[in-house]
Design a protein. Structure first.
Length: 420
């Protein structure tokens, strides 16, 4: 079937978009290589301490082996390079503790290091599985991985014991009968450890998956192949870039003012952020809208409409809705006194997911009328997006209105930056 010129143009456009995304990802990876190592080292230290603590606690219970799961998850979060350091550090510290404090030993140290590195690297290589939707096959696969890693660990360490016994000469009284008994005992311990880790690997990664996915956003993001830690770092870098853009916009437009002001909530303030003037600067306005669209696309993929709280948010909400190709509904502060006497222009269907948009938030309670009006129309309103949070906490507002507030930057960041 021959494609017409319009279809060919669409294909070319899609290819160019894909290439642009690929180039962006390469750039992001380059930027990731430049991030400060202090955070990585902190996470490395946490997992090292956790692994050693668990191994020490269960040192006298050979039927449980929890270091494997800790190293696997640590490897999945830190990635291949740091997973190797994690395995070496954990092995070394546990060697010191077990021989000096617990009197457990000797330990086949080189073989343990090899086994732990294998486990940590397996976590690093399979870390992307954390972004897959949990299915029965996924859980079964993780259980199999846990079992195989445990068996591999015991085989490597026991092989070290065999070498030590055979090469001991006169120093070690080697007995096949004693070794047979030890072998049977070792098999029982291995089976017990394997069964324990199969259960742990079945459930713990699933629990982590459910905890991590809402934080990191949609699994459709092409970055899902990065490690958890890399994605967290990338998100931090993106947030920093967004905050810098907003600061430059405030500076260029003069939207940040200092003096004595009364806010919509009635509170007094020594500074005022006037986002109403931003639309007077088309380039800065469009840049701010793009940041909002990027955030909303990532965090609210299933919204079905946008409402800007009057008056300041109307231009913002309108352009956001236009760029997202979502319906925009006009909200008034009070119903019209003539005509259809509506408070909301546009037909909202029952259960329709509406995202509220405003320029900024202080106490939050000035937004209550909008939330109430939309819910009375049958809309589902669960989230409020603002560009700037100048509050000192919105827990009471969020609880009372059953809504979650999302923002791009808070006032503390703005004031700290302004002082520099």
């Amino acid at each position: 079937m021959t494609k017409n010129s319009s279809e060919i143009k669409n294909d070319i456009s899609a290819t160019n978009d894909f290439q642009k995304e690929a180039d962006t990802e390469v750039q992001i990876l380059d930027e990731f290589s430049q991030v400060r190592p202090t955070v990585k080292i902190t996470i490395l230290a946490i997992f090292t301490a956790l692994g050693v603590a668990l191994a020490t606690i269960f040192a006298y219970l050979p039927f449980f082996e929890l270091m494997s799961l800790t190293l696997f998850i640590g490897g999945a979060i830190l990635g291949p390079l740091y997973s190797v350091f994690l395995a070496i550090l954990s092995s070394s510290l546990y060697e010191i503790i077990s021989t000096t404090l617990l009197g457990v030993g000797p330990i086949i140290f080189p073989f343990k290091i090899i086994a732990y590195i294998l486990i940590a690297l397996s976590g690093a290589l399979l870390g992307r599985i954390l972004y897959k939707k949990p299915t029965y096959f996924w859980r079964f696969f993780m259980g199999v991985v846990g079992g195989l890693l445990t068996i591999s660990y015991d085989l490597i360490v026991n092989f070290g014991w065999v070498l030590l016994s055979v090469q001991g000469g006169d120093e070690v009284s080697f007995s096949f009968a004693a070794y047979a008994i030890a072998l049977i005992s070792g098999i029982i311990v291995t089976i017990s450890r394997t069964a324990t880790n199969v259960v742990l690997f079945l459930f713990v990664p699933d629990i982590l998956n459910r905890a991590i996915i809402p934080i990191l956003g949609s699994t459709k993001d092409k970055r899902k192949r990065f490690t958890v830690f890399q994605r967290c770092e990338l998100m931090t870098e993106e947030q920093a870039r967004t905050k810098n853009k907003i600061m430059k916009t405030l500076e260029k437009t003069g939207a940040l003012k200092f003096g004595d002001f009364t806010l919509a909530s009635g509170a007094k303030s020594k500074y005022y952020i006037d986002l109403r003037i931003i639309p007077n600067f088309p380039e800065e306005f469009n840049s701010l809208i793009d940041e909002a669209v990027s955030y909303i696309t990532k965090h609210f993929p299933d919204i079905e409409g946008i409402v800007g709280i009057p008056m300041a948010a109307i231009p913002y909400g309108t352009l956001i809705a236009h760029k997202l190709k979502k319906p925009y509904y006009i909200l008034r502060k009070e119903p019209k006194k003539h005509g259809l006497k509506k408070m909301i222009e546009g037909e909202i269907t029952k259960g329709q997911k509406i995202l509220l948009v405003d320029d900024l938030v202080s106490s939050g309670f000035s937004k209550a009328f909008a939330i109430t009006a939309l819910r009375e129309e049958g809309a589902t309103v669960e989230d409020l997006f603002v560009f700037i949070d100048r509050s000192e906490g919105l827990a009471d507002f969020e609880k009372e209105q059953s809504i979650k507030v999302h923002y791009l930057i808070n006032a503390k960041d703005i004031l700290d930056k302004a002082k520099e």
